[in-house]
Design a binder for this molecule. Structure first.
Ligand code: C2O
Length: 578
C-alpha cells in the first residue's frame, strides 16, 4: 500500500514530458515502460526502476569506467596537525569513484609505498562472480607488493553509496579510503547530490604506532575527528612543532527551498556517530546499498562501515548552521567529541561560525538506528533456511588481546590466500582461517545461509559486523541468549544491508542468499578488533567457484611478485592480516 501510494505521488509530481506514470510491477497491467530519472522522478531509471529486483537483474549499459589509484605515503595535516598518512593519489579522502548501475569498473591500483604491501576492498559490493577482486589479503589475493600494480575488474550490480578502502591491517585508518557513488534510482526526490560525507575519528599519532598499545586490549583515546577529511584543531599555545594550524571546517551551501542528498559514511577506527544538522530534519532513503521506505528523524546513528543516504530540505531561516558528526561518548573515547563539526550556510559569503544549537537528545546507546525504521523498499522475505551456523564470540590473551570466534582467532597468511587453496582443490583450511563451508542443499530452490554470532564475552561491547559478497537480512538483533532455533527470527522483509551491530551480551542473526560462490569475510569493522582477529570467512559453494584464465593470471602474478618481495619485507605481519 505504502509503495503504491508513493508511486502515485511520484507520478503526479513528475512534470517532464518524458515522465510516464509508473506501473507497480505487481499490478502487471502494462509492459514496463521507460522513464527518465530527474529531480522529480528519482524512482525512474530508464527501462529499470526502484522496483527492479537488483539481485536478479542489472542494466546492460555496455559501459566501462576506468580509474587509476596510486597508493602513497606522505605527510598530511587534515586538521592542521602534521603526521604521516597513507593516501590514494595524494589526498584524504581519495578520489570518489563514480559509475552507473550496470557499468563495468576497471581500477588500476599501483602500490607506490616503499615498505608496505596493500590490497583494496570495495566495501559492500557483491562481486557477483568475481570473488578474486574482493581485495582481502590472505583471502582473495596476495598483497600488492611495493612497485606492483593490480587491476581490479568487476560489474556494478548495485547502486547507492559506498566506499573503498585498504583491507591490509590498519591502513585505512591512516587515510587509505575514498567514496564510491553508484548512480541509480532512489526512493524519494531531491534536487542536488552533495556526494559523500565521511565521518571519521582521527589520531595525531599513526594507527600503526597506536597498535603497539591498542593490541593489548585497551583502545587508546583518539585526538579528534574529521568530516570529509577536514577539521580545525586548536594549536594556540601549543609548543608542538607538528601543530601547524590552518585546518578548516567542512562547509556546504544550501539554497533555500532545495532538497539535497548526502551520502553519510562512517569510516572510523572505533567510533559511533549520531549525525545531525541543527535546525533541519533528515529523510533517510537508504541503508548501505539498499533503498528503504523513507523515514524522517532529527539524527541518524551510524556505526563503522555503514552508510545512510539522507535528504535534507533547505527549509530553515537563512543563516549558518552546525552540521554535527555527533560523537557518541559511551561507545569510544575521544579528546574532542564536540568538535567534530562542519557548517551549512545559506549565504556563501558568510564566514562566521554558526551560533545554532542542537535540539537532538544525545544518544547513550551504541546500537543501530531503530530496527523498525529500516524497511527495504524492494520487499524481500527470507525463505528456505536449512542450516544455522552459530558462533560464540569470546576472547583470549596470546601475546596480545585476541577476539575468538568459536575459540579461534582469525590469523591469515597473506601469501597463502584462501582462494589459492580453493584453486588447488583443497577443502581443508588452516584452523586460524576460521573457514565455514556453506552451500545450497539443492540446486533448484533459492536457499539462505544463516549466521548467528552470540556475544559470550560478558564485556557488553557492541560490534559492527560486516559481511563481504552479499547483502544480508537482519533476522534478529537483540540482547540475551540465542535458543538455537528460528523462533526469534523476523523473516518478513527485515532490514537488509551489509553492516549491522551485534548488541553486547546479545546476538545478531543474519541470513544471506547462497547465490555467489566465493570466499567471503565476516568481521567486526572496528579497526582494532579486525586486527585482533574478530572475523571468520565463508567459503560458499566451493566447487562452483570459477575464475577465468585472465583473472587467474592476475591472481598468480600478484602472488609471485609478493613472494619475491617477502625476503626484503620491513614490517612483518603483526596482526590478523585484515
Ligand atoms: Cu569495509 Cu571487510 O570491509
Amino acid at each position: 500500500m505504502r509503495q503504491s501510494l508513493f508511486f502515485l505521488l511520484a507520478a503526479v509530481a513528475g512534470s517532464s514530458a518524458l515522465t510516464i506514470p509508473h506501473v507497480h510491477p505487481e499490478a502487471n497491467l502494462l509492459p514496463r515502460q521507460s522513464c527518465e530519472n530527474s529531480a522529480t522522478s528519482r524512482s525512474c531509471w530508464g527501462n529499470y526502476s526502484i522496483d527492479t529486483n537488483y539481485y536478479d537483474e542489472t542494466p546492460d549499459t555496455g559501459k566501462t569506467v576506468e580509474y587509476w589509484l596510486s597508493v602513497e605515503e606522505g605527510s598530511c595535516a587534515p586538521d592542521g596537525y602534521t603526521r604521516t598518512c597513507m593516501t590514494f593519489n595524494g589526498t584524504v579522502p581519495g578520489p570518489t569513484l563514480i559509475a552507473d548501475w550496470g557499468d563495468n569498473l576497471v581500477i588500476h591500483v599501483t602500490n607506490n609505498m616503499q615498505t608496505n604491501g596493500t590490497s583494496i576492498h570495495w566495501h559492500g559490493l557483491r562481486q557477483l562472480g568475481t570473488t578474486e577482486y574482493d581485495g582481502v589479503p590472505g583471502v582473495s589475493q596476495c598483497p600488492i607488493a611495493p612497485g606492483d600494480t593490480m587491476t581490479y575488474k568487476f560489474r556494478v550490480t548495485q547502486y547507492g553509496s559506498t566506499w573503498y578502502h585498504s583491507h591490509f591491517s590498519l591502513q585505512y585508518a591512516e587515510g587509505l579510503f575514498g567514496g564510491m557513488i553508484l548512480n541509480g534510482p532512489a526512493t524519494a526526490d531531491y534536487d542536488e547530490d552533495l556526494g559523500t560525507l565521511f565521518l571519521q575519528d582521527w589520531s595525531h599519532i599513526e594507527a600503526f604506532t597506536l597498535w603497539n598499545t591498542a593490541k593489548l586490549g585497551a583502545p587508546p583515546t583518539l585526538d579528534t575527528g574529521l568530516i570529509n577529511g577536514t577539521n580545525t584543531f586548536d594549536c594556540s599555545g601549543s609548543t608542538d612543532s607538528n601543530c601547524v594550524g590552518g585546518g578548516k571546517k567542512f562547509e556546504t551551501v544550501f539554497e533555500s527551498g532545495k532538497k539535497y542528498r548526502f551520502r553519510v559514511i562512517n569510516i572510523a577506527i572505533e567510533g559511533v556517530f549520531q549525525f545531525s544538522i541543527d535546525g533541519h530534519t533528515l529523510t533517510v532513503i537508504g541503508t548501505d546499498l539498499v533503498p528503504i521506505v523513507p523515514y524522517t528523524t532529527d539524527s541518524v546513528q551510524i556505526a563503522i562501515g555503514q552508510r545512510y543516504d539522507i535528504i535534507v530540505e533547505a527549509n530553515a531561516a537563512s543563516g549558518d548552521y552546525w552540521l554535527r558528526g555527533g560523537w557518541v561518548t559511551t561507545c569510544a573515547t575521544n579528546s574532542n567529541p564536540d568538535g567534530m563539526t562542519g557548517i551549512v550556510r545559506y549565504d556563501a559569503s558568510s564566514t562566521s561560525d554558526p551560533t545554532s544549537t542542537s535540539t537532538v537528545t544525545a544518544s547513550t546507546s551504541c546500537s543501530d538506528e531503530p530496527y523498525a525504521s529500516l524497511v527495504p523498499h524492494l520487499s524481500l522475505d527470507v525463505g528456505n533456511m536449512p542450516t544455522i551456523t552459530s558462533e560464540d564470540l569470546s576472547f583470549t590473551f596470546d601475546s596480545y588481546f585476541k577476539w575468538t570466534i568459536n575459540s579461534s582467532s582469525l590469523l591469515l597468511d597473506w601469501a597463502e590466500p584462501t582462494l589459492m587453496k580453493v584453486f588447488n582443490g583443497d577443502s581443508i583450511f588452516p584452523t586460524e582461517y576460521n573457514v565455514v563451508a556453506v552451500q545450497p542443499s539443492s540446486s533448484t530452490a533459492t536457499e539462505w545461509a544463516v549466521l548467528v554470532i552470540q556475544d559470550t564475552t560478558g564485556l557488553g561491547l557492541n560490534h559492527p559486523i560486516h559481511l563481504h559478497g552479499h547483502d544480508f537480512w537482519v533476522l534478529a538483533q537483540t540482547t540475551g541468549m540465542f535458543d538455537g532455533t528460528a523462533s526469534s527470527f523476523n523473516t518478513a522483509n527485515p532490514p537488509r544491508r551489509d553492516v549491522a551491530t551485534l548488541p553486547g551480551n546479545g546476538y545478531l542473526a543474519l541470513a544471506f542468499q547462497l547465490d555467489n560462490p566465493g570466499a567471503w569475510l565476516v568481521h567486526c569493522h572496528i579497526a582494532w578488533h579486525a586486527s585482533q582477529g574478530l572475523s571468520l570467512e565463508f567459503v560458499e559453494s566451493e566447487s562452483s567457484i570459477s575464475v577465468d584464465s585472465a583473472d587467474q593470471t592476475v591472481f598468480t602474478n600478484t602472488c609471485n611478485t609478493w613472494n619475491s618481495y617477502i625476503p626484503t619485507e620491513v614490517w612483518p605481519q603483526d596482526d590478523s592480516g585484515i
